[in-house]
Design a protein around this ligand. Structure first.
Ligand SMILES: Nc1nc2c(c(=O)[nH]1)N[C@H]1C(S)=C(S)[C@@H](COP(=O)(O)OP(=O)(O)OC[C@H]3O[C@@H](n4cnc5c(=O)[nH]c(N)nc54)[C@H](O)[C@@H]3O)O[C@H]1N2
Ligand SMILES: Nc1nc2c(c(=O)[nH]1)N[C@H]1C(S)=C(S)[C@@H](COP(=O)(O)OP(=O)(O)OC[C@H]3O[C@@H](n4cnc5c(=O)[nH]c(N)nc54)[C@H](O)[C@@H]3O)O[C@H]1N2
Ligand code: SF4
Ligand SMILES: [Mo]
Length: 702
């Protein structure tokens, strides 16, 4: 019998659900939830089965390819050997570095890199030989503000408190839709049931969102908010807490200071002022502040809608200040720090802001990465430090970063581009060489990122489901092989090939839970995972600040209040603002090539309130031209009374109709790319993070 049962955590999103995968020879027979996983308890979503589809996808590259011009002058791709691919790439990188310096090499790393532990452990085997200032990643179209608030308040970019949903009495959620996303910076498999648990216990879930989302649909209360005004709402909550003497840091008071400075700095941000701009009634704001303060335990949590907007960093900082000022940080049922088996807080640098700036626009680095909104201009603007050669890994910035068309064009100007990616997509089609890794089922798996943000402490390691095909390389091996070839050309030091699982074994044995006998061998005996218990109070020991205190007087966000005051000194005359949306069957830009996930009705539509449809002379089901400063696109209009009037919603990650994309199913259901009209100049000025939400747009009948 060749039937086998395998255990594997799903790496497709942050929920890291345990799976039971039945195989027969080299085929997948079934993929089901693993009831014995102590974190996910058997939960899965419709994307889990796509692991099979990714593995079997005929469009997935199995060997390196190089781009050549065919007889008609069109691009075509030719399979080449690994030696040729790696030697050519190393030679081109070395040439650029020797002729123009390290900053002439740009690097962009995408989201799946964080879900693939070999990429995390081994990318430095390549990047340590490059050491360019021109590093970029999906962080700056995403969670950068979370890292900043963690750095400012807790002393380390990764010290992100986890909402203790299973024990809370009051959950105030802004700009997050976990029923579609399955949770983010909050590893919370089975989130629907957990959120329903809050209200079933008699607690409250309040959702603040310009769209009545799936999550709002199960909430006790939903509040429409005008996009980009949440900072005023959060400030008004804080203002009420201070002015009504409701602030009480409780157990945190012994090691927390600066709250009085915050109180003094925000006296003018009243509920009435917030109401005028947010669309949320002043009395409602006061009531929520009082309810939040009165609850035994409460959570304030905000995600993409709060971080990728013009005041993202300020919003994320205010959220933590609210949690601190009400003593809900580090409290059961509030937001707590996890106790993972491998502590990436210790193995990562704390992070820093503005230690160098981008060459063209002067935007600040964070954690040695520049905001990706300035990638295109760094490629197209001549001068010393201009990017001439680009490495992309597990990313698709043409679809995922603002003003994607501009980047699409800029990439054509590169002298050399190499992509570590299994697909020829909107971005990698510009590469000269594509290096495809093994499929997810062909490598082992440990989640190095998301246990840190999980609602329960657990740990699990899983072996590969299938043996890798002859000659195929894992992501981490490609990094190491390429890095060593480059080292030989540059005369730098080669790295030994230590496998990622060996690093995990060492991490477990020196980790904070080592006393519990955690070793790789032990984890192998428990392929469904090992339970390490609920979240517990960890302060002040867990703080990474020099004096082990929380100083709420953070200069950067406090200074940013002036920008906020200035922006809202006048009523907003913008008629329409654009926001995004996610769907449970989709995942950013790269999971549209699997029939099971994309079948059914078109999801790349512009949601509009019926009033707005009428006001702009459109028809539901008709087509509209959606425009911004940077361009326009044509899209089908879908009527939705769940939209706040004055706000339209379009998902990102579509637009697969660009020439040369080799993803058969995706191109047949191409959709349009929202980021063709999002603006590389519309950013959170404090940190350079993209403001993907709240962009001013216009619509007209197409
Ligand atoms: N199925 C699926 N799951 C995913 C992903 C996916 O693409 N598909 N992507 C993964 C990734 S990379 C991430 S980062 C997470 C994101 O996880 P979430 O942040 O939970 O997901 P979103 O659906 O983007 O939720 C953002 C919400 O913010 C709202 N919003 C927009 N602008 C504003 C505003 O100005 N104020 C307020 N209050 N709300 C606003 C939107 O309407 C939306 O409901 O999801 C992850 N999980
Ligand atoms: N307008 C708008 N734009 C957004 C967002 C939004 O809400 N609205 N969300 C933003 C967010 S939160 C994020 S995280 C970014 C995502 O932005 P990116 O990370 O740039 O884009 P993805 O769509 O995740 O593309 C992932 C790429 O990785 C490849 N890949 C998948 N698995 C692997 C692997 O194991 N190894 C390797 N080497 N490659 C792999 C895929 O083929 C694909 O090319 O998009 C952002 N863009
Ligand atoms: S919720 Fe996320 S981790 Fe769980 S099965 Fe779905 S995609 Fe995989
Ligand atoms: Mo993300």
């Amino acid at each position: 019998m060749s039937r086998q049962t395998h255990y594997r955590a799903c790496h497709l999103c942050e929920a890291i659900c345990g799976l039971v995968i039945e195989t027969d020879g080299d085929s997948v027979v079934s993929i089901k939830g693993d009831k014995n996983d102590p974190l996910s308890r058997g939960h899965i979503c419709p994307k889990a089965v796509a692991l099979q589809d990714i593995h079997e996808d005929p469009d997935r590259l199995r060997a390196p390819v190089k781009r050549i011009l065919d007889d008609e002058g069109n691009n075509s791709w030719q399979e080449i050997s690994w030696d040729e691919a790696l030697d050519t790439t190393a030679a081109r990188l070395a040439q650029t570095i020797t002729a123009h310096g390290v900053n002439a090499v740009g690097v962009y790393m995408g989201n799946p890199a964080v879900h693939n532990y070999g990429m995390l452990t081994h990318q430095r085997n390549l990047f340590q030989h490059i050491r360019t200032d021109n590093r970029f990643s999906a962080t700056s179209v995403d969670q950068l503000p979370h890292h900043l608030s963690a750095l400012w308040l807790f002393g380390h970019k990764l010290l992100l408190p986890v909402p203790d949903v299973d024990h809370t009495d009051y959950f105030l959620m802004l700009g997050a839709n976990p029923l579609a996303s399955n949770g983010s910076i909050w590893t919370v498999p089975d989130v629907k049931k957990r959120l329903q648990g809050v209200t079933a216990r008699g607690g409250k879930l309040i959702v603040v969102d310009p769209r009545r989302t799936e999550t709002a649909g199960i909430a006790s209360e939903h509040l429409f908010v005008r996009p980009g005004t949440d900072a005023l709402f959060l400030l008004a909550l804080l203002n009420t807490l201070f002015s009504e003497d409701l602030a009480d840091a409780r157990e945190l008071a012994d090691f927390t200071h600066g709250l009085e400075d915050v109180a003094a700095a925000i006296v003018d941000f009243t509920p009435d002022y917030a109401a005028a701009h947010t669309g949320i009634d002043a009395d409602v704001i006061r009531r929520i502040a009082r309810e939040f303060a009165a609850a035994d335990s409460a959570i304030c949590y905000g995600r993409m809608g709060l971080s990728t907007q013009a005041y993202g960093a300020l919003c994320q900082w205010l959220i933590q200040i609210i949690n601190i000022a009400t003593g809900n940080l580090d409290r059961r049922g509030g937001s707590l720090f996890s106790s993972p088996a491998i502590d990436t807080v210790v193995s990562n640098s704390p992070g820093g802001l503005g230690r160098h700036h981008s060459r063209v626009r002067g935007l600040p680095e964070f954690d040695r990465e520049l905001p990706v909104v300035c990638l295109a201009e760094e490629i197209t603007t001549p001068g010393e430090g201009q990017i001439r050669t680009l490495f992309t890994g597990a990313g698709n910035p043409v679809l995922s970063t603002p003003n994607g068309r501009q980047l699409d064009e800029a990439l054509q100007q590169l002298e050399f581009m190499v992509s570590l990616d299994p697909y020829i997509n909107e971005t990698t089609r510009h590469a000269h060489i594509i290096l495809p890794p093994t499929s997810p089922l062909e490598h082992d798996h440990y989640d190095l990122s998301f246990h840190l943000f999980a609602v329960r402490n657990t740990t699990r390691f899983n072996e590969a489901v299938f043996a890798r095909p002859e000659g195929a390389l894992h992501d981490w091996e490609i990094f190491t092989e390429l890095g060593n070839r480059l080292a030989r050309l540059l005369g730098t030091t080669e790295q030994p090939a230590v496998a990622p699982h060996e690093i995990v074994d060492a991490g477990l044995q020196i980790g904070p839970r080592a006393a519990e006998g955690l070793t790789l061998e032990e984890l192998r005996k428990h392929p469904s995972g090992i339970d390490l218990g609920p979240l517990t109070s960890r302060l002040p020991q867990r703080l990474a600040t020099a004096d082990k205190t929380i100083n709420c007087h953070s200069p950067e966000p406090l200074a940013d209040l002036a920008r906020l005051r200035e922006a809202f000194s006048q009523p907003d005359a913008t008629a329409l603002r654009l926001i995004g949306r996610r769907h449970v069957r989709s995942n950013n830009s790269w999971m549209h090539n699997y029939h099971r996930l994309v079948k059914g009705k078109d999801r790349c539509t512009l949601l509009m309130h019926p009033q707005d449809i009428e006001r702009h002379g459109l028809a539901a089901g008709g087509r509209a031209t959606l425009s911004s400063r940077v361009g326009s696109l044509e899209v089908a209009v879908e009527t939705s009374a769940d939209m706040m009037p004055g706000v339209v919603s379009l998902p990102h990650g579509f637009g697969h109709n660009r020439a040369g994309v080799r993803m058969d199913i995706a191109t047949r259901r191409a959709g349009v790319s929202c980021n063709d009209i999002t603006d590389d100049q519309f950013i959170d000025q404090l940190c350079g993070n993209a403001a993907l939400n709240g962009m001013p747009v216009t619509v007209a009948p197409a």
